[in-house]
Design a protein around this ligand. Structure first.
Ligand code: DGT
Ligand code: MG
Length: 380
């Protein structure tokens, strides 16, 4: 029919790491709906369902035009029955009743509030909800003993940590981190990673990768950087850990030397307000009784620092730039299509039984037989 001729037909490769996904999303209504269902599944310990919704949302994010008709989706990958039903509801009725009822549900609302606490994940939140704890007030009254991170998250900085961080704030923090690193190890380099490297204008935290061009010089760097920052009052909280090597789940066992040398610091930064701007938002007393930001000249910001030896830098850079789904898809591609194991430390070729070296992200994409996708197009 004539209508069919007008309709854009889309074609999208199966893996998100084969696609160029910019921040210019033409289907935000649909992707917001699917992302909400993904989030709800993840918070409910249904990771498989979560990933399915994330993949479906990512396909829609890669489309050059808004979807207006179900027929346009024919042949597209990763759109399962459930996701298609949600999309159809929205295209036909302007909303999905499943999304709306999830959004309104007490459980989802409580999960959002409780996992909004720094240091509280889905498991803890779920346990509290089963005890009838749905709000911060109820949590405080419950008499639960909270760990140090959670105390910082609930009592001190809840509102700050749940307010988006701007790129300008990220840059100011980057300058401070740069000064710290330069002071304790001249020649060491700081790179902004995470969502800001992909061009996002806001984020939930600021992520930095630190390395030194001479292998081994980065050892012991993190504690020094942290002391420098701490002694000058830049840190409200910090916890430095040896890399827990979570991505090991997806790969073979690796030499322990890799594991030992990767350090990470989860911190809460004290960011002074710009002198001219004062506070950015007008605020009344916060509902949960934390100290309102309007009455103090700083805000709290989550900052993640990672130190990598230069031999692993390209892998760390690629692994920490995201998006999370893009990373997951890269590892899936490596495993299923190339019989390789990719982590933030290394790329292992199972057929050749050896590690493949790389000094740039471009080389890693080449090893994987993928077209190079720059950070700004990894927003899957
Ligand atoms: P945001 O902060 O919400 O605006 O968005 P992103 O994309 O910056 O997300 P974030 O900060 O949670 O993580 C940045 C990237 O770092 C993410 O794409 C995956 C990676 N990443 C996060 N946590 C870990 C981890 O524990 N291990 C490894 N290898 N990578 C991680
Ligand atoms: Mg981030």
């Amino acid at each position: 029919t004539g209508q069919d001729k007008e309709m854009a037909v889309f074609s999208v490769p199966s893996y998100a790491c084969q696609r160029r996904t910019t921040l210019d999303n033409q289907n935000t209504t649909l992707t917001d709906a699917l992302s909400l269902l993904a989030e709800n599944a993840e918070l409910s310990d249904e990771d498989g369902r979560g990933v399915a919704f994330r993949r479906a949302a990512a396909v829609l994010k890669a489309l050059p035009k808004p979807v207006t008709d179900m027929a346009q989706l024919r042949g597209l990958p990763c759109l399962g029955e459930h996701s298609l039903r949600v999309i159809r509801d929205i295209l036909e009725n302007g909303m999905s009743s499943e999304v709306e009822s999830t959004k309104q549900s007490e459980r989802y609302k409580a999960l959002k509030v409780l996992t909004g606490i720094f240091g509280v994940g889905a498991k803890t939140a779920d346990r509290w909800i089963r005890e009838g704890i749905h709000t911060l007030h109820q949590l405080r009254d419950s008499g639960h003993t909270l760990n140090r991170a959670q105390q910082a998250g609930v009592f001190l900085h809840y509102d700050d940590l749940n307010r988006p961080v701007s790129k300008a704030d990220a840059d100011i923090i980057g300058e401070t981190v740069g000064k710290a690193v330069d002071a304790v190890l001249p020649g060491a380099q700081v790179t902004l990673i995470g969502g800001f490297r992909r061009g996002k204008l806001t984020g939930h935290d600021v992520d930095f990768l630190i390395t030194h061009p001479e292998e081994g010089r980065e050892e012991g760097l993190m504690p020094k950087v942290v002391s420098w920052l701490e002694s000058r009052g830049f840190l409200l909280y910090q916890k430095t850990t040896r890399n827990s090597y979570l991505e090991c789940k997806d790969g073979p066992a690796r030499p322990p030397s890799n594991i030992d040398r990767f350090e990470r610091c989860l911190s809460i930064f004290k960011l002074a307000n710009e002198e001219t701007g004062g506070t950015t938002q007008l605020e009344t007393l916060t509902e949960n009784g934390t100290e309102p930001a309007g009455h103090r000249p700083w805000r709290a910001v989550r900052v993640d620092l990672v130190v990598s030896p230069v031999s692993q830098f390209a892998f760390a850079l690629l692994g920490w730039t995201g998006s999370k789904l893009f990373e997951r898809e890269l590892r899936r591609w490596a495993g299923y299509e190339k019989a390789m194991s990719l982590s933030s430390h290394a790329l292992y070729d199972n057929k050749q039984s050896r590690y493949l070296r790389a000094t740039s992200e471009e080389e890693i994409f080449a090893h994987l037989g993928l077209e190079y996708i720059p950070p700004s197009e990894r927003n899957a």
